[in-house]
Design a protein around this ligand. Structure first.
Ligand code: GAL
Length: 365
C-alpha cells in the first residue's frame, strides 16, 4: 500500500501537525475504523516441519483476510539466511507491515533496517527479535510461565513438596538462538533448583547449565541423540524418573531414546516427561500414557492478536499491550501483549483441546 507509506513519510515530516490531528481525533473514520483492510502484510514463519507453525501461518492469513488485507506467507525452513532473503523480498514487493517469527533472533538487524527505511512496521511474533530498534511490537505467551507450568508438573507428579525423593531428572532446553529458550528454562529452574539443592532431584549427567542442555533448532532427532548418550553414560544401572522437555518435538525424540532403552514396561516405566505446543503426535502420546504433559498455547489467539496489531498500526491506532518492561531486546523494551498458557495432560485434554475446538475427537483416535 504505497499510499500508506507516503502518508507515513509525510507524517514523519510533519510530526507536530500529525500529533495535533490525532489528538483531536481528526482522522477519516467510518464506524470507528480507519482505512481498515487496505494493503498487504508479509508474514515470515520459521518452519513447516512442525505442526504449530502451520497453524500459526494459516490463522494469521485467515485473520488478515477477514479484515480485508492481502497476505504473503513465507516459511524459512529453519535456515536463518533463507529467512533474511525472504524478508528482503517481502520488503521489495512493497508489503505494508511485517509479522515475523524469527529463526535466529539476532540475524535480522540488517534486513529490518531496510524495513525501517521503507517505513514498514514490524511485529515480532512469538519469538522476540533481538539487537535492533526496528521492531515495534511483540506478541507472545508468558514464556516464563510456560517453564513454570512444566516444572510444576514434575514437582507435583513426583511429590516433591511432600518431601519425596531422591529422583533422577535430566534437563532439556530449546534452541540457543531463540530468545524464548532462556525464559522457558529460567521459569522451570526457578521451581526445580531448590529441589536439586536439597538433593530430592539429582541430575546424574551433571548437565544443568543452559549452554549444556540446549537443542539446536528444537530438533527432535538431536534431542534423541543427546538422550541416548545420557542413558548410556549416566543410567546404565539407574533409572531416569523425570525429563524436563520444553517442546513436544523434543519430547518425542526423548521418548524414542527411552523406548529404545527398554523404558515403558512394568519394571521400567517411562519417566514424567513434559512438553509444549499440544502438537498432535504428543497429544496422542499423552492419551497413550507415554508423554505426560504438554503446554497448550492457543496459537489461534496469538494469530488474532498479531493481525489486530498490524491492523492497528496501519490505521494509526496504538495496539493493545499488557507488558512494557519484561521484553528488552538488547536495544529497547519492546511493548508486548502476552497471552496465558495452559498445562494439559490426560485428565484435561478433552476439556481444553477438544471442547476448546483445537482438535476434533476423531483426530485424536
Ligand atoms: C518456540 C515456541 C515454542 C515452540 C518452539 C519450537 O519459540 O515458543 O512454542 O514452538 O519454538 O518451534
Amino acid at each position: 500500500m504505497r499510499n500508506r507509506r507516503a502518508a507515513l513519510a509525510a507524517l514523519a515530516g510533519a510530526t507536530s501537525l500529525a500529533l495535533t490531528l490525532s489528538a483531536c481525533g481528526e482522522t477519516t473514520t467510518s464506524g470507528g475504523r480507519t482505512r481498515s483492510g487496505e494493503g498487504t502484510i508479509g508474514i515470515a514463519m520459521p518452519t513447516q516441519a512442525s505442526q504449530r507453525w502451520l497453524t500459526d501461518g494459516k490463522s494469521v492469513v485467515d485473520d488478515l483476510k477477514a479484515k480485508g488485507y492481502d497476505a504473503q506467507l513465507v516459511y524459512g525452513q529453519d535456515n536463518p539466511k533463507t529467512q533474511v532473503a525472504q524478508i528482503e523480498k517481502l520488503i521489495k514487493d512493497g508489503v505494508d507491515a511485517l509479522i515475523i517469527a524469527a529463526i535466529d533472533n539476532k540475524s535480522l538487524d540488517g534486513v529490518l533496517q531496510q524495513a525501517a527505511a521503507a517505513k514498514i512496521p514490524v511485529i515480532s511474533y512469538d519469538r522476540l527479535i533481538l539487537g535492533t530498534r526496528n521492531v515495534d511490537y511483540y506478541v507472545s505467551f508468558d514464556n516464563e510461565q510456560v517453564g513454570r507450568l512444566q516444572a510444576l508438573y514434575i514437582v507435583d507428579k513426583l511429590g516433591l513438596e511432600k518431601g519425596k525423593g531422591p529422583f533422577n531428572i535430566e534437563l532439556f532446553a530449546g534452541s540457543p538462538d531463540d530468545n524464548n529458550t532462556k525464559y522457558f528454562f529460567d521459569g522451570s529452574m526457578h521451581l526445580l533448583q531448590p529441589f536439586i539443592d536439597s538433593g530430592q532431584l539429582v541430575v546424574r549427567s551433571g548437565q544443568t547449565a543452559l549452554d549444556k542442555v540446549t537443542t539446536l533448532r528444537w530438533d527432535g532427532p538431536t534431542a534423541q541423540r543427546r538422550m541416548d548418550t545420557l542413558l548410556s553414560q549416566s543410567y546404565r544401572s539407574r533409572k531416569v524418573d523425570a525429563v524436563l522437555s520444553p517442546y513436544d518435538g523434543i519430547s518425542i525424540g526423548v521418548l524414542n531414546a527411552l523406548k529404545a532403552d527398554g523404558y515403558g514396561t512394568g519394571s521400567k516405566p517411562l519417566p514424567v516427561i513434559t512438553g509444549q505446543d499440544a502438537e498432535l503426535p504428543s497429544v496422542k502420546s499423552i492419551i497413550a500414557g507415554q508423554q505426560s504433559q504438554t503446554i497448550y498455547k492457543d496459537v489461534r489467539e496469538l494469530a488474532s492478536v498479531a493481525a489486530d496489531m498490524a491492523d492497528d498500526l496501519l490505521n494509526d491506532r496504538t495496539p493493545k499491550v499488557n507488558n512494557r518492561r519484561s521484553y528488552n531486546n538488547g536495544v529497547k523494551d519492546v511493548p508486548a501483549q502476552l497471552l496465558q498458557p495452559t498445562s494439559v495432560d490426560k485428565t484435561n485434554y478433552e476439556y481444553v483441546l477438544v471442547a476448546g475446538g483445537f482438535y476434533k475427537d476423531a483426530q485424536l483416535k
